[in-house]
Design a protein around this ligand. Sequence first.
Ligand code: NDP
Ligand code: 2IT
Length: 446
Amino acid sequence: MNAYVETVLANVKAKNPNEPEFHQAVEEVLESLEVVLERHPEYQSMKILERMTEPERVIMFRVPWMDDQGEIHINRGFRIEMNSAIGPYKGGLRFHPSVTLGILKFLAFEQVFKNALTTLPMGGGKGGSDFNPKGKSDNEIMRFCQSFMTELSRHIGPNTDVPAGDIGVGTREIGFLYGQYKRIRNESTGVLTGKGINWGGSLIRPEATGFGAVYFANEMLKTKNTSFDEKTVLVSGFGNVAWGAVQKVNDLGGKVVTLSGPDGFIHDPEGVKGKKVDFMLKLRASNKDAVEDYAKMFDVQFYAGKKPWGIKADVALPCATENEIYEHDAKELVKNGCICVCEGANMPTTIEAYHVFNEAKILYAPGKASNAGGVATSGLEMSQNSMRLPWPKEEVDKRLHEIMIRIHSTCLTTAEKFGTPGNYVNGANIAGFLKVADAMLDQGLV
Ligand code: NDP
Ligand code: 2IT
């Protein structure tokens, strides 16, 4: 690492103790930027890295709510408004007991580069709460969402900050949040994305992250003159992103043989198709936090406490959460002949595991490029809301597909231009960085 990058990283670690995921995300980006900084000393003299690693604003708040038995609970709510150089803060809300300030800062940091890659005018943000939806009733979830939005509403707006879903936040939660925002502000502005179709949502948004990741992976496979046809595919997670990815792999002739949850993974050699795909929605809505029910329902093998990376396959699509592919998993995937790893989740691969893929020269795409289809379609939802005109499904899907193809080629041309052809990590980090950094330079000391 060059001395400037090392100093910036050391300062980030010192100023943000106990935030290992944030350190990891920053390190991965900075690793890619050394060659950019050599060619463009102005980014160093203008302290762009120091600015980008400091959120524009962090909001932390109390979320009191009452359960069905009348007991009071207090959770912590957050919104990280990371960077607004190219548009309003944009990014999801995560409700999961593992949520901390550091996790949301890593996600907000990634979101800045991802949103820049979409080519749409969106800055980066992220928020959420350590609230655990597991085992909660619909009424409890509603009361929590209403309390959360009562505070958040004063900080967001269609031209300021536009939240959406992430882990634990789907259309049901967005509905409760949106309803409360409307009551407080008396405005029907599309201030959240991922809304229901009848109240301002966009067709294809629920599927978009998974569809987009598979469109991206398909472009990667094309560079090796191959396709999804007859490929065996490992998917992790069983949530929104995994569900979209499974559908699109099936459309393109591939076969998904695994799904996973916090409890373990299922192996379905016949493929997750037809009514099994619909069953994924039931699993997600059950608030049970487990994938084992799939194995019971369809009589397939369940591996408790394990991840799916040891199963032989051609393609891996990690779609659950961060840091789920470690160095030994990466070695296993390579050993078993996997030719392409394309991230649906945010930062599922550790830096050491990424180095394994890089050395083995297999296709590997980081989430900030390959899962950008979700937020891109959120951007398209914002456009439709502003026009007050919904687009048909085909129109949204076509735009999503075009955006993913464009992100893919931007990654490859940028990687090539900066001396590491075929390296999607460098391509994504550098292209996203240049757009945001130049916007910041244009706007003075911001
Ligand atoms: P969902 O809540 O729909 O699904 C998340 C999945 O990951 C579930 O299977 C969930 O199980 C599992 N999971 C969550 N936390 C853990 C954990 N600590 N250990 C193991 N498994 C876990 O979320 P999404 O599908 O929306 O999100 C999945 C990933 O994709 C995340 O990394 C998210 O940041 C990313 N992403 C999401 C986008 C979107 O539009 N929704 C866009 C781009 C990226 P359970 O919830 O039952 O614990
Ligand atoms: O990580 C992500 O890109 C998301 N959770 C989607 C964000 C959005 O604003 O649609």
